[in-house]
Design a protein around this ligand. Structure first.
Ligand code: IMP
Ligand code: MG
Length: 179
């Protein structure tokens, strides 16, 4: 199975399953007396979110937000709001679910937006963490896996909107950037 867009597989399906099981169990324990509202960040978080919530053994609600970093391949620091919550977050224990925490600019923006709406709490669950590239001082309470500063694709993560449907996480081949 040669895939020319792929440098290597970083996290296979088996490991993804284990990560979701571990995080789901931890969240189940931590939120058992809380009023959990899971907020997925569109679109990258979707595969992770669907696996994660099936490992959370609690009554909870689900909603989505969408933002986009302003233009280009590098995060510019400017974030545009594209979709707001449908559910009122006041008094709720919000768990933001994201595909990857990189510069931290997207999630610190979202955290600030939600914090002023009087939720009971706001925490972050990210599938991947790339701490090497952090620009905003942000840490996630729940991290699937910490990875080196490489551009990854699959399991929700895209390059120009492609590769989100891969069932594993891989490092994008540099050949693809050069095209
Ligand atoms: P941040 O604001 O820099 O933390 O940006 C996070 C967003 O950048 C993620 O939601 C992804 O959409 C994107 N991103 C950052 N690193 C990668 C990567 O390695 N592959 C694909 N998307 C990435
Ligand atoms: Mg994203």
């Amino acid at each position: 199975m040669e895939k020319d867009f792929l440098e290597k597989v970083l996290i296979d399906e088996e490991e993804i399953k284990e990560i979701c099981k571990r995080l789901g169990a931890q969240i189940t324990e931590d939120y058992k007396d809380k009023n959990l509202l899971v907020v997925g960040v569109l679109k990258g978080s979707v595969p992770f979110l669907t696996d994660l919530i099936r490992n959370i053994d609690l009554e909870c609600e689900l909603d989505f937000m969408a933002v986009s970093s302003y233009e280009g391949t590098q995060t510019s620091g400017r974030v545009a709001f594209k979709k707001d919550l449908d559910i009122n977050p006041e008094g709720r224990d919000i768990l933001i679910v994201e595909d990857i925490l990189d510069s931290g600019l997207t999630l610190s923006y979202l955290k600030n937006v939600l914090a002023v709406r009087n939720p009971a709490s706001v925490k972050i669950c990210t599938f991947l963490d790339k701490p090497a590239n952090r620009k905003a001082p942000l840490t996630a309470e729940y991290v699937g896996k910490t990875i080196p500063d490489e551009f990854v694709i699959g399991y929700g993560l895209d390059y120009n909107e492609k590769y989100r449907n891969l069932s594993y996480v891989g490092v994008l081949s540099p050949k693809i950037y050069a095209e």
